[in-house]
Design a protein around this ligand. Structure first.
Ligand code: HEC
Length: 103
């Protein structure tokens, strides 16, 4: 639940960039490695499989690149992954390329 409460704060901090250009500097390959290391356990225990259903579930909450960015930051701090902003960009690039496909 902490997760849900933290989200609006991250959204406020997410800034004005309006498109998936947000992730233009991200490296999707590096992002996959980071993601697979730190991000699967919770999603998997919630949803089963390899956890990727989190990103493709019908009721998924993420509808804009900004929200994706914010959620990655939020999960990063929840997970204690200790990523730098550029790591979040890499993961954003990966998740966008693989699942969200924002333009
Ligand atoms: C401590 C458990 C936990 C860890 C670790 C975790 N997440 Fe999450 N994640 C969640 C929960 C819970 C949700 C669902 C939140 C909701 O329904 O609003 C979620 C949802 C998401 C979503 C939104 C899915 C959607 O479209 O609805 C993204 C993106 C995401 N996580 C990315 C990450 C990334 C990137 C990492 C690695 C840093 C990560 N998560 C690690 C618990 C976790």
């Amino acid at each position: 639940m902490r997760h849900l409460l933290a989200l609006p704060i991250f959204l406020l901090l997410a800034g004005p960039v309006q498109s998936a250009d947000l992730f233009a500097k991200g490296d999707a390959k590096a992002g996959k490695a980071l993601h697979d290391k730190s991000c699967i356990s919770c999603h998997k225990s919630m949803l089963g499989g390899d956890g990727s259903a989190m990103y493709s579930r019908m009721e998924r909450k993420i509808k804009t690149p900004q929200k994706l960015q914010a959620q990655i930051s939020g999960c990063n701090s929840n997970a204690g992954a200790g990523w730098f902003p550029e790591d979040e960009l890499h993961v954003g690039a990966y998740l966008n390329q693989q699942y969200y496909k924002f333009k």
